[in-house]
Design a protein. Structure first.
Length: 83
């Protein structure tokens, strides 16, 4: 039981992106973005499911070790892709 408007919007956006891609053009859509951060079993999926009104699909990003220390430049920075 999801949000009907959202259920109809997702395929429409996908078709629009496919149409632009087929003619070699990019399609920039200013869509909302959200990040939910928290420890294991903290309820992140439940927050997303309640926010969008449907069950969360597969993970988009792998879990990160909460104790991991992030240091040094990213791969993109090392390759000169970003400054």
């Amino acid at each position: 039981m999801g949000n009907r408007g959202m259920e109809e919007l997702i395929p429409l956006v996908n078709k629009l992106q496919d149409a632009f891609s087929s003619i070699g053009q990019s399609c920039h859509l200013d869509l909302p973005q959200i990040a939910v951060v928290g420890g294991q079993s903290a309820g992140k999926s439940s927050v997303l499911e309640n926010f969008v009104g449907r069950a969360a699909s597969a993970k988009l990003l792998p879990d990160l070790n909460e104790n991991a220390e992030i240091t040094g430049p990213s791969a993109a920075e090392r390759n000169g892709d970003i400054g």
